[in-house]
Design a protein around this ligand. Structure first.
Ligand code: DAH
Length: 339
């Protein structure tokens, strides 16, 4: 007959040897799995006398349940230990000093661009961004830049095909907005522009911000009022603007806008080359031809437009004397512009 104590003892000894999940699973196979010890005992029932079969079966079953319970208990224990080990490994020392990462800052051009957009957003301007690859029609023709205008020259403009080019200014944004929207219009078009030009104050790629307002009764006074507000916000409360006559094909009249020198207050210094004034942008009243080119009735509506060089504003504001500095990614230079 079956020696229960001996069987249980052997099983217990075996289980004691299992120290991790892999060994425990080996134990389960050997004891409780198919072809394992318990199954072997079950099979032994064939040799047991008929009248003892029932008692034998019950005993084996009892051993099986006992072994299973023992196994379950051990499994729980091993899992608990594994978890504790994992927690131990994952412990973090909250008293360790933090590895400090230096805080970055916006590129001065980006910061100035944001500042400019904020000032104009305060006056109700919306932002529009046009494509950097333009066609002749948007970049020149509909802006009233005639076929023989020097800015169309191969030497000045990066032509891609006979018709396509890298936009030379953000002014084509005016055409795109007037094509898409009916007046009243009040938009800003910031973006990169490209010209075949390179020296201390010019770069083949630079950025502009175009402004366009179209409504009934818009005049040059509105332009001066807005730009006055702009320079006060960007440079100093004491800054004033001055308009000088100029020429752009897309505006009539056209003006060059100067700001009173914010370094010397207008007395004359090296920044303003002794004149007391610094040129900051171009603008004017939108040429009727341009309005008509966009299907806007110039007897009912008028507009103002301006184009500001963002690098120029950044250079003036921060006293940077070489435009290349803004594109070199010299980290020591850029670090100085922490807000
Ligand atoms: N597009 C001109 C340039 O790149 C700047 C400009 C002048 C824009 C007068 C305007 C404007 O909208 O009215 O030099």
């Amino acid at each position: 007959m079956l020696n229960v104590d001996e069987v249980k003892k052997a099983i217990s000894e075996d289980l004691k040897l299992a120290e991790n999940e892999a060994q425990l699973s080996e134990f389960w196979k050997k004891c409780l799995g198919k072809g394992g010890t318990i199954q072997g005992l079950m099979n032994g029932i064939k040799q047991v006398a008929k009248e003892e079969k029932k008692a034998y079966g019950q005993t084996v079953n009892e051993i099986k349940n006992w072994a299973q319970a023992l196994y379950d208990e051990k499994k729980e224990e091993i899992e608990k230990q594994a978890l504790l080990k994992k927690y131990e490994k994952e412990t973090i020392d909250v008293t360790l000093p933090v590895k400090m990462r230096p805080m970055g800052n916006l590129h001065p051009l980006t910061a100035v661009k944001h500042e400019m957009m904020n000032v104009f957003a305060g006056m109700g301007f919306e932002i529009f961004e046009g494509p950097e690859i333009e066609d002749d029609d948007h970049n020149f023709t509909r802006l009233n830049v005639l076929k023989d205008h020097p800015s169309r020259d191969m030497q000045d403009t990066f032509w891609l095909t006979e018709d396509l080019l890298l936009r030379t200014h953000t002014s084509p944004g005016q055409i795109r907005v007037m094509d898409a929207q009916k007046p009243p219009i009040k938009v800003l078009v910031p973006g990169k522009v490209f010209r075949s030009d390179s020296d201390a104050t010019h770069s083949p790629m630079f950025s502009q911000m175009e402004g366009l307002v179209v409504d009934k009764h818009i005049t040059l006074c509105d332009l001066q009022g807005m730009l006055d507000e702009f320079v006060k916000n960007m440079f100093s409360d004491a800054a004033k603007t001055r308009l000088r006559p100029s020429y752009f094909p897309f505006t009539e009249p056209s003006v060059e806008v100067d700001v009173s020198c914010f370094k010397c207050g207008g007395k004359g210094c090296s920044l303003c080359k002794g004149t007391g004034w610094i040129e900051v942008l171009g603008g004017g009243v939108v040429n009727n031809k341009v309005l008509e080119n966009c299907g806007i009735d110039s007897s009912e509506y008028s507009g103002l437009a301006f184009g500001i060089g963002i690098e120029r504003i950044a250079m003036l504001k921060y006293g940077i004397n070489h435009m290349g500095k803004l594109f070199e990614n010299d980290i020591d230079f850029l670090k100085q512009f922490k807000a």
